[in-house]
Write a protein that binds this ligand. Structure first.
Ligand code: SF4
Ligand code: SF4
Length: 384
């Protein structure tokens, strides 16, 4: 299984760690041990049984927020073959857990997976609240899957999304399955993740609907890419929420050009909006334009942050922050908030729930919006 990482394990770090200054783990914890290439080297030692495993070794492998910036800045990218340490780091976490090494944070995660089927605990009441909002519109065979992470960290996002869908006469079927399994795989519980993925696919495939809207790029990546890798099929057209809104709301648009767009029934808000793009899955999916197409026309001024798109620095981890301390998370957020504050925005719009929750916690709560919230706040109901 680990053969596919042979090239990576042989030459990662031979480059003198060219990607290290892009790595937020190093920016926060200034030790060479957490360099991306050193984590790959550690993985190689583990595979070759050259190092004794203990919780300290395990801890180093969780000093990674899965942001994917090392791949973006990898020296081998010049030749078109960037190395990507993230999948190897995730699989080695699994190897360590399989050998029975479990720090307290790993045990806690394992308990939640067993008890709740996700990493965030009981989100059933939030799901009920979200369902209660879904009141009007036609059911046209569209399923809406809101993952447990989104429900736990940012229930405001699906609530706004559903209100917007209802206003445009769409009443989706809200999925009772809340987990694709992707985060569970990423933190090292591969077998549990595969079993959750199978159950979720069976449930979704049995619903009579042809379209499946997913609330996050991570869920989209899981269902369209990762499921293929593990031979799980989804018999629906999987649509990312932002793409769904683009098709539902934008009257005239160009796929390739960013320019003032004709969005029916929307007003412009006075002020400067900054778009923070987590860019985690976008780096893999190469999906950068749609969120900007939706956000830009809603405000009188729009700015990009100092690093954006492919090179965007993270504000929060890409996956469940297992092993990352509160202090680490705060520093990660504050590094990015410093870039935001330089621009003095009236609003920040962000696309992923971990960044959204971190911005609300460490910055100004009232200035943070998700894309559905920004759209909802600008929507004028012509029929009233
Ligand atoms: S994914 Fe991000 S945090 Fe992890 S090693 Fe690469 S750059 Fe560092
Ligand atoms: S990911 Fe690329 S740039 Fe970073 S250490 Fe490995 S080979 Fe070097």
């Amino acid at each position: 299984m680990l053969d596919k990482y042979k090239d990576l394990m042989e030459d990662c770090s031979m480059c003198n760690d060219q990607c290290v200054y892009g790595c937020p783990a190093f920016t926060i914890n200034r030790t060479t041990t957490v360099y991306p290439g050193r984590k790959v080297y550690l993985a190689r030692c583990i595979i070759k049984n050259e190092i004794e495993l203990d919780e300290n070794v395990q801890d180093v492998l969780y000093q990674c927020c899965s942001c994917g910036l090392c791949k973006t800045f990898c020296l081998y990218g010049i030749k078109g073959k960037p190395r990507d340490p993230v999948p190897l780091i995730q699989e080695i976490r699994h190897e360590i857990i399989r050998k029975g090494i479990k720090s307290d944070f790993v045990k806690e995660a394992e308990m939640r997976i067993k008890e709740f089927g996700n990493l965030y605990g009981d989100v059933s009441n939030v799901l009920k609240e979200v369902k209660a909002i879904n009141k009007s519109g036609k059911n046209e065979g569209i399923i809406y899957l809101v993952d447990a992470e989104v429900l736990a960290l940012s229930p405001e996002i699906p609530k706004a999304a559903i209100q917007l869908m209802n206003k445009k006469n769409v009443k989706p079927i809200i999925s009772d399955m809340l987990e694709t399994g992707y985060d569970i795989k990423a933190i090292g519980f591969l077998d549990e993740a595969a079993s959750i993925a199978k159950n979720t696919a069976d449930y979704l495939n049995n619903l009579s609907a042809s379209k499946l809207i997913v609330s996050s790029p991570k869920a989209f990546y899981a269902l369209t890419e990762w499921y293929k890798e593990i031979n799980i099929e989804i018999n629906k057209e999987v649509i990312l929420e932002t793409d769904f809104f683009r098709n539902l709301l934008i009257v005239h648009h160009s796929e390739y050009k960013l320019r003032p767009l004709d969005i029916q029934n929307f007003i412009k808000n006075e002020g400067l909006v900054v778009y923070h793009d987590g860019s985690f899955m976008a780096r893999y999916l190469k999906k950068f334009d749609t969120p900007r197409m939706l956000v830009k026309p809603l405000f009188t001024r729009f700015e990009e942050l100092r690093t954006s798109r492919e090179e965007a620095r993270p504000l929060a981890p890409a996956v469940y922050p297992l092993g990352l301390s509160e202090d680490y998370l705060k520093k990660l957020a504050n590094n990015r908030i410093a870039d935001i504050m330089e621009l003095k925005p009236d609003y920040v719009v962000t696309s992923d729930s971990l960044s959204y929750a971190a911005l609300k916690k460490y910055w100004e709560k009232d200035k943070v919006l998700s894309i559905p919230e920004a759209l909802l706040m600008s929507f004028v109901d012509m029929e009233k």
